[in-house]
Ligand binder design. Structure first.
Ligand code: TRP
Length: 329
């Protein structure tokens, strides 16, 4: 049983790409590991949300993850802001995080370029807070996408520095959790590339039938096959890939055969996909709404998570304080 930590930014909604990608793996991970999943609400303050927006997006993201199958009985699911020990470790780690190295981080430089009017210190120390999130549970593994690899590398660096400074192997150097073959990539509907938040091409789990149908019907296609059994062009293959995860196999085979015989009608294909996506996500959408309207349940989940997380976090903080030299007289 390895300890795994994953932080979830409370921004945006889960789309089909997240569902078949990271989400499926989270569900599996929670059965096989000691998982800590938390909503990174402190991190989200770098963009200055209003109190209403902050609360709303935290609630939304928690409801979506629970609806997809994150299980508070199996994993520790909590809000970052419910665990003050994280902030204490963050402060302690900042003393050994150098301004120069923080300034050189790619994500910091990106943000400075995109928002030169809001280069706050929280943005600069973002990787230190993230390291605290991970090291507070002495996690061995962290599931990260490409964009978070550098932050994880910094967490390792801070762990190593602490260990060297106090001459003991206290912190584990957290490694990326490798999903291996299990990462299904869902393409976008814009012809090429994957479905993603920044790509603006997501079909969200909360999209209603009308909204998702509109998105699917606008999907990029081509002028159609002209030769029997020709190779499937990328935009059409993308539609088939989505069909492969939401439709019956016989439906997919039916349309693939039509393509091979050059008598496929893309309008029919899209209509079918929209219908099957809707069938697939309807129960999830309903569950999200049920959970969202059940404050008592959400409160229970958050309380239980906070208790479990603080148990682990306070143990670490106690040991760290002792190592550093905070001792009672
Ligand atoms: N920085 C991560 C992101 O943008 C979120 C995050 C915060 C995180 N703390 C973490 C992820 C700790 C993994 C571990 O997605």
């Amino acid at each position: 049983m390895e300890t795994v930590v994953s932080g979830i930014r409370p921004t945006g909604n889960l789309h089909l790409g997240n569902y078949f990608g990271a989400m499926k793996n989270f569900i599996k991970m929670q059965n096989e590991n000691n998982c800590f999943f938390f909503i990174a609400d402190y991190h989200s303050l770098t963009t200055h949300p209003t109190p209403g927006d902050l609360h709303g997006s935290v609630k939304q993201v928690l409801a979506e993850y629970l609806a997809c199958g994150l299980d508070p009985e199996k994993a520790t699911i909590y809000l970052q802001s419910d665990v003050p020990e994280v902030i204490e470790l963050y402060l302690l780690l900042t003393m050994n995080a150098y301004v120069g190295e923080l300034e050189r981080t790619t994500s910091f430089k990106d943000k400075v370029r995109k928002n030169p009017e809001n280069v706050n210190a929280g943005l600069l120390t973002y990787p230190v807070l993230m390291a605290a999130d991970i090291l507070i549970h002495n996690a061995a593994k962290v599931p990260v996408g490409k964009d978070q690899e550098q932050n994880l590398e910094m967490a390792r660096k801070f762990a190593r520095r602490f260990n060297n400074m106090y001459k003991q192997e206290y912190f584990v150097e957290p490694q990326p959790f490798n999903f291996g073959e299990n990462l299904i990539k869902i393409p976008g509907l814009d012809g090429t590339g994957k479905m993603g938040k920044s790509e603006g091409n997501g079909i969200f789990l909360i999209d209603d039938e009308k909204a998702l149908k509109k998105k699917v019907m606008r999907a990029v296609t081509d002028s159609g096959p002209t030769e029997m059994n020709s190779e499937i062009a990328e935009p059409i293959q993308n539609l088939f890939t989505i069909m492969d995860v939401v439709s019956e196999k016989s439906t997919l085979d039916f349309f693939k055969e039509k393509y091979a015989n050059c008598d496929i009608r893309y309008g029919d294909l899209k209509k079918q996909i929209a219908e099957d996506i809707n069938l697939f996500i309807s129960p999830i959408r309903e569950k999200i709404n049920d959970i969202k309207s059940n404050d008592e349940y959400l409160r229970k989940v958050a309380l239980m998570g906070a208790e479990k997380a603080r148990e682990s976090a306070s143990k670490t903080i106690k040991e760290v304080r002792k190592i550093i030299g905070f001792r009672p007289f």
